[in-house]
Design a protein around this ligand. Structure first.
Ligand SMILES: [Zn+2]
Length: 435
């Protein structure tokens, strides 16, 4: 991306202004946008410059915090110990820090206007179960450990940005909440973000989510998903003497074969995955239970509903087929149900939103390019409620997320930190004049 940087930077500056002039100037939001997105002003503010300059000489401190936090296990529903460490970090930079009842850590930097809030968040939890070895190893510039990047990077950035703003003595217009939240991964079902948005909803103007490494994308479209579990149960019996009784695994297989033949559209992109299947107790027993976990995702909420209905119809038919083909229906029948394990609602940030303008303006200053991405993140919750939100990486490079080989390379992470800080201050409306 270095090759035509100067030229592309100039092009981008022109684009920013074209976008700004093309916007309606009707509402107070538009006024705010114009101010947020005037990247020159923000980047030239002396206090903001001081905050930006804090990162480079303190990269070692940031890396150390990342290692320390990553080495505190934080499986879903067991984030408490890591939360306590983040609380100490945020308290150390002058924030008023609280825990809410779900376990979120919330550090408040009071703005001039306390009635308007912007959130910078990073999730605390990992996908790794208790007992996973989370000791960080180093290989050259790389750090390796489960969770080092997702979301060690986001948490370290949260602490670093809070500290940079503190050191530069910035008092924003809007109140900023620095939040380390619980329950982002898997069956946490975004419970931390749900509680946060619920608590601050009327005052919440924007949410910036830091998740993982990189600076290449900005997630503005929330991918809707549902997680479902099919449970089929029956009387069970002996494989030889009770042969012919209805078998829950047979019914599940019959239903599953029907379901996987369901047609899904390429656009809006819609997917399903039969991810976990279990049931039965031994090879020579007719099982009394069979279970299947299914993940369905779509760019369209209505496709999601259609697919969930298809799953129910297919399982109902699978059970019926099994009952009809069983020789001995007198000794019990099959019961079935589909339970919703989790649901992530969809939503989309408006192209002309002040938050996206702030991100674009930050990109201009740090000479970065972001592609718009659609994904399932903490930003789903505010986006689904019409609250502006984005999810971005917090800089550096990472890979192998959700695997034991996960790694993070902090080389060049300052750019991601600056981008996040400028976006946050852009939307929080940092003071325009040096005080
Ligand atoms: Zn994550």
């Amino acid at each position: 991306m270095n090759r035509t940087r100067a030229r592309s930077r100039a092009v981008k500056r022109v684009l920013v202004w074209v976008i700004l002039f093309a916007m309606p100037v009707r509402s107070s939001l538009a006024r705010h946008t114009t101010r947020s997105a005037s990247s020159g002003q923000l980047g030239e503010n002396a206090q903001v410059r001081a905050a930006l300059a804090w990162f480079a000489p303190n990269v070692n401190w940031i890396n150390e915090q990342q290692v320390r936090l990553t080495e505190i296990p934080a499986p879903a529903f067991q984030e408490g110990q890591r939360a306590a460490a983040v609380k100490t970090l945020l308290s150390g930079v002058g924030l008023n820090v609280q825990n809410d009842s779900t376990g979120n850590v919330i550090g408040e930097l009071r703005g001039v206007n306390e009635k308007e809030i912007v959130v910078l968040s990073a999730h605390l939890d990992t996908v790794f179960p208790a007992g996973t070895d989370v000791k960080v190893r180093r290989e050259g510039s790389r750090m390796l450990a489960p969770g080092i990047s997702d979301n060690g990077t986001g948490l370290a950035a949260l602490a670093a940005i809070a500290r940079a703003i503190h050191e530069a003595q910035i008092k924003p217009q809007r109140t900023i909440l620095f939040v380390a939240d619980v329950g982002e991964e898997g069956e946490g079902n975004l419970r931390g973000m749900r509680a946060l948005v619920d608590a601050y909803r009327s005052r919440l103007k924007a949410v910036v989510v830091l998740d993982g490494a990189g600076t290449d994308h900005v997630t503005t479209i929330a991918l809707a998903s549902r997680r479902l579990e099919v449970i089929i149960s029956g009387p069970g019996g002996h494989s030889w003497s009770d042969f012919g009784m209805p078998n829950p695994i047979n019914a599940l297989v019959r239903g599953s074969v029907r379901f996987i033949n369901t047609k899904v559209p390429a656009s809006p992109r819609t997917t399903f995955n039969l991810g976990q299947i279990e049931g039965g107790t031994s090879i020579n027993s007719i099982p009394y239970e069979a279970r299947l976990k299914v993940d369905v995702r779509s760019e369209s909420e209505s496709e999601l509903t259609r697919l969930e209905s298809a799953l129910r119809e297919c399982m109902s038919a699978g059970v019926r087929d099994e009952m009809e083909s069983s020789r001995d229906r007198s000794r019990g029948k099959l019961e079935w149900k589909v339970e919703l394990l989790g649901s992530r609602p969809g939503g989309e940030l408006a192209a002309e939103s002040p938050l996206l303008a702030a991100l674009r303006a930050a990109d201009v200053i740090v000479e970065n390019e972001s592609r718009i991405e659609r994904s399932s993140t903490d930003a789903n919750i505010p986006l689904s409620l019409g609250i502006d939100a984005i999810s971005i990486g917090a800089g550096g490079n990472g890979g192998g997320a959700h695997s034991l080989q996960e790694w993070y390379d902090p080389t060049g992470r300052e750019m991601g930190l600056k981008r996040a800080l400028l976006t946050l201050l852009g939307i929080a409306d940092a003071p325009e004049k040096t005080r």
